[in-house]
Each structure stands twice: as structure tokens, then as C-alpha cells.
Design a protein around this ligand. Sequence first.
Ligand SMILES: Nc1nc2c(ncn2[C@@H]2O[C@H](COP(=O)(O)OP(=O)(O)OP(=O)(O)O)[C@@H](O)[C@H]2O)c(=O)[nH]1
Length: 383
Amino acid sequence: MPAQKPARIPATVVTGFLGAGKTTLIRHLLENARGRRIALVINEFGDLGVDGEILRGCGIEGCGAGGVVELSNGCICCAVADDFVPAIEALLALDPVPDHIVIETSGLALPQPLVRAFDWPDIRTRVTVDGVVAVVDGKALAEGRFAADEGAVDRQRAADDRLSHATPLSALFEDQLACADLVLVNKTDLLAAAEAGAVAARLAAAARPGVRVVQARHGAAAPEVVLGLGIGAEDDLAARRAPHHDRHHHHDDHDDHHDGHGGHGEHGGHHHYHDDHGHDAFESVVLELPEIADPAALAARVEAAIRAHALLRVKGFAAVAGKPMRLVLQAVGPRVATHYDRPFAPGEARATRLVAIAEAGIDAAALAAMLTAAPAPAPAETA
Ligand SMILES: Nc1nc2c(ncn2[C@@H]2O[C@H](COP(=O)(O)OP(=O)(O)OP(=O)(O)O)[C@@H](O)[C@H]2O)c(=O)[nH]1
């Protein structure tokens, strides 16, 4: 007979903007789980499944052994009852049941509708929200990338004074922060100690009173700090609303305006995130490329595309001619990084696929042309 489990399984919701380090944190938690069975629910924007792949491909023993469920739809919101409840039920049906559930939300998702989903009658009796952890890219914050005055969107906003003055970026960031029970200032390796301290102080002032702010490098926070907060977040949702909703807002229940069913464009997946004003605030474009010759040339093209199209995030995998290993490409803001993670499995397609995410209005065709443009001839290999 399986050991007696507590009445309700704790679930930790990991929120945080695109590229803040959610997957990195979760990987660290799994590496340090010490026998605790952690099940994952991964919800990504864009339909590439990169995070699940990274977590499964990490080669850590027991990594994701507690079960991994992917919700392919980037926005957990009104689609919740369709996708989310069965995902949780699948994890609850595991034998033995997981000790803890960790949910990685998409970097563009609001945590509030997800927490609300735990109020669903069939879920509520069996799972409780242990806590909401907001991972923040300390470097991006220090560089002002979430500042409320970011150009393009403000112009659009100026044309419609019904709207709040928060940009989709800053509004989303505020929402994620307002929902947090713990804030993890990540990427402090890229900051001087004083800068990191200043960012942490700013976040502590912006978060709800009493919320702990801790600093981390490469998501390295101890499981004891992140898991087991025991909050029961589903019971105090009303307190978890960002101030910008009160400034100009008239919707009775804005969270339900999110539409998880992103439209599908011609570029193999074109997702939209609707902000709470009903705009398509963000979009993703999935690009399929042939095997590439030169990782550095790909990285250079991605870097140029980030500048040209103001991309917020690019990630994916590439097959490099002559290399048995799969290349992972990651870009957050202006920086592009690549590394090889694992060999392609026998029979696995040697595909190159990238997902690019930007604020709405991106010219997907021009972006695709830019990234798929025939590269300059690769430098001749010397034997
Ligand atoms: N220098 C530095 N890089 C980091 C740190 N944490 C994560 N990264 C890198 O930042 C990139 C994004 O990290 P992820 O963990 O994938 O971020 P994420 O929040 O899961 O991203 P999305 O799922 O796309 O929203 C990766 O290239 C990481 O290796 C950190 O503390 N310092």
C-alpha cells in the first residue's frame, strides 16, 4: 500500500517574464529534490516545447521522473478548464502520487488565472497552491527593460485613453510581481553586489508586504527556500492584483478576457497573447530551418534579427552539419548563447527550430527571411 500522503498535494507556481530563469530554477530544484517526487506542468508560449525538452534532456537522474505534463498553449487562462484540469488529474493519477507539483508558467502568462484554476471543485480538494514564486531577471530590471515608457506600445496606447498607462510589458511584470509569495532575483552573477541589492530593494517595495526577496545565480535557490511555503494562494486571490488594474479598470473580471487559443499564422505557429485590454500584446513565430553549417553564423543572424525586430526572446534547437550533438540556442533580450546539450537520438529528425517572441506587430515573413537567409559560405574546414 502506498504511504499515506497529506490530504492535499502542494503545488508551486513559478512565474516570471520571458527568459528570467524559470526553467533554470526548476532544473536546480529537480537536481536537489533528494528523493522528493516532483511533478512538472510546463506551459509555454509558442508551441516548440523547448522547456520540456531542456528539462528532459538534462541527463539528471530522476529529473522529471515524477511526471512531466506540457500544456502547449502559452496562456493559462480561459483555456484552463480544458487543458489544465486534465493535466493536474493526470499527475494525481500517478502511483505513487507526486510529493509536490511545480508549474512553470509561460513568461507571458498571468499567474492569477492559474491560481484561480486551483479553485476548480475537482482540484481544490486534492491540491493547494503552496506558493507563487516570481523569478526576475535582475540584469534586465537593472537595465530598465520593464520600464513603463517603452516606445512602440506607448504610441499605440496614446491613441486610446481608455487604457491604463502601463505597457503590456510593465503591466505583465506588475501582475506577476503582485501575485508572488516569494521573489527570486536571478542573474545576480551579471550584477555588482550593490546593483543586485538595489534591484532587490525595488522589488521588495513593489511586491506585497511581507513577501521575501532572495537573490540567486543560475536559479540556484535551495528547495527549502522555494518549496513548502504553505501559503494556500487560492484562498487570497483578491489580494494578488496589480495596482494598474485599479487605476483605469472597468472590467469586472479582467482575467477571463485572456484568450488562450492563439491564432495560427502561416509560419508554422503564430501565437498571440491578449493583454487585459483585449489587444494582442505579444506574438510568437516558430521558424523551421534546414540543418545549419555554422553556429556562430546562426547566432549572428539571430542577434541581428533581435535588433531589427525588437525580439524579446528567441530559443530553440539546431542541427549542425557534421555534429552528432544537438545545439541549444537561447537569447534573452540582446544576448545570444549556444551550447550542445545531447546527441540526436537515432531516427530523430535533425531539425533546426526556433521560436521568436516579440511585442505584437512583428513582420513574421521578414523575420523568417532574415533568419533563413542563406548564410555566408562557412569557413573552409581544415582537416
Ligand atoms: N548569466 C546568467 N544566465 C542565466 C541565469 N539564469 C538563467 N540564465 C540563462 O538565461 C536563459 C534563460 O533561462 P531560462 O531558465 O530558460 O528562462 P525561462 O524563464 O525559463 O525562459 P522562458 O521559459 O522562455 O520564459 C538561459 O540561457 C539560461 O542559461 C543566471 O542566473 N545568470
